[in-house]
Ligand binder design. Sequence first.
Ligand SMILES: C[S@@+](CC[C@H](N)C(=O)[O-])C[C@H]1O[C@@H](n2cnc3c(N)ncnc32)[C@H](O)[C@@H]1O
Length: 287
Amino acid sequence: MSHCEELSYSASKTPLSSLSSRLLWLANHVPMNSRVVDVGADHALLSLYLVESGISPFVIASEVAEGPLTVAKKNVESRRLQHLIDVRHGDGLCTVAPGEVSVAVLAGMGGSTMLEIFQRSPRVVENLPCLLLQPMSDSGPLRHWLRTVGFVLVDEAVLHEKQRIYELIAASRVSHAANSRADCLVPREDSLSDPLYAPFTASPAWVWFAERFGPLNLRRGDAITRLWVEQEIVSWRRILRSLRSAKEPFKNGREAEFRQKIEVASDWLEQRDRCSDGSVRPDSPAN
Ligand SMILES: C[S@@+](CC[C@H](N)C(=O)[O-])C[C@H]1O[C@@H](n2cnc3c(N)ncnc32)[C@H](O)[C@@H]1O
C-alpha cells in the first residue's frame, strides 16, 4: 500500500463556491491532516480551502512572483489565518526544508517547470510521500520522471473547465524507505515499478502514449479523455501537414514521429469505441 493510501481521507469536504473543480480535485486528494506546500500558490485559494475545511493543519503557500505573493498575503491576513498558512517568497521547493511537509501541490504551471523545480530540490522531494500535480503541458515527461524515480500513480483525472481540458495527477512513493538512498532521484529505467503501465508496454509508442495521456485516464476511457485524445490527433495532423510542406532541415525526421503518434492514438480510439463500457485495456497494442 502506498504512503498516500495509508492516510485517511476527509469525509466532510464541503466545496468552497470560489474553488474551481480543478483545485477542488487537488484538495480532495490531500490526505487528511497532512502538512502541505502549495507551490505557485498565486491567490492562495487552495491553501485557504485546505485549512478552512480542516484537511490540513498547516500549509506553506509558496510564490516566486511579487504580485501574487502580495495577493496571497492579503488573502491570508484578511481571514486571520497567518498561524496556519505561511506565505513564503521563493523559487519552487527552495522555500521548504526537507521533511517539513508530506504533500506538494503544483498546479497551473508547465510540466517542464515542475521537473526543474523537483530537480533543484532533491532533498525535499526525497522526503515527500505525495505529489499532486496539474501540469499545463509536458505531462508525458513528467509521468516518465515520476515512474523512473519511484512514484506510482494513485489517481488521475481529466476535467473540462473554462473551455479548456485540464489533467490532474496524484502520485505517491512506492516505498519511502526504499527510496531513501542519496541517489533516489536519479531516474532508473530499470526500476519502472508502476504496474499501471503494464498493459501499455508492448511497444515504445504505446509507453509514450500512456505517459502522454496517463494510464489511469486511458483505462477509464471516459468521454472527456476521448475528446482530449481526439483533439490532440487533430493538432498532430495539422503539424504533420505543415511538416510535409516544410524544407528538409526543418523536417528532421519529425514526420515519422507524428505519423506514429497519430497511429497509436487512433488505435486507442478504435479500441475504446469497441468497448461497450467505454473503458480500454489494450491487451495487444499495435507495434
Ligand atoms: C497560473 S498560476 C496557478 C496558480 C494556482 N496554483 C492555480 O493552479 O490556480 C501559476 C503560478 O505559479 C507561480 N510560479 C511559476 N513558477 C514558479 C516557481 N518556480 N516557484 C514558485 N512559483 C512559481 C506563478 O508566479 C503563478 O502565480
